[in-house]
Write a protein of this length. Sequence first.
Lengths: 113, 113
Amino acid sequence: KAGVTQTPRYLIKTRGQQVTLSCSPISGHRSVSWYQQTPGQGLQFLFEYFSETQRNKGNFPGRFSGRQFSNSRSEMNVSTLELGDSALYLCASSLAEVSYEQYFGPGTRLTVT
Amino acid sequence: GNSVTQMEGPVTLSEEAFLTINCTYTATGYPSLFWYVQYPGEGLQLLLKATKADDKGSNKGFEATYRKETTSFHLEKGSVQVSDSAVYFCALRRLDSNYQLIWGAGTKLIIKP
């Protein structure tokens, strides 16, 4: 069974631009969570989707948004990029709504210049 | 509130040494506890878990025991290998309405041959 895939793996953007990251969960998984990982802040929860509905949201500004499609694939969008948005963005999928055991993708490395 | 505290890294050991990575938590009730591992260039993988007090999770030679009296979930391995070099994250699952995972800051482990 294929794991969680994230595209693109690497991305370089300039301040003020926007970016869209994509995540395909493991087949059959209906829950997708997004995390931002930085050396200074560690792993921070962005949001979780289940059956196309946002179930939980972390403490990030409104520039960060996401959605989930009917096939459980998810996208997250960051508008008006700032230098501090440079990070590894991780997607995780799980079978159930309750994020009991999550399976992570390799991440998208975003660099904002 | 809910929180997880891990020992700061990096932790540097020689091959075949005994490993302990400390993790303590603050939470109401009886949360589930997890250890995840992140190998270089990869996403996080679930290493082991424990769902109730005195449970011992184990996998790949690693063990951790859920200690309610000391609110701890320390990770141990009797004989580490170079391939164990990675970042280790302790996490707990909240028991309130959203079941969000709360993460520790991560501990980098370096094993020298």
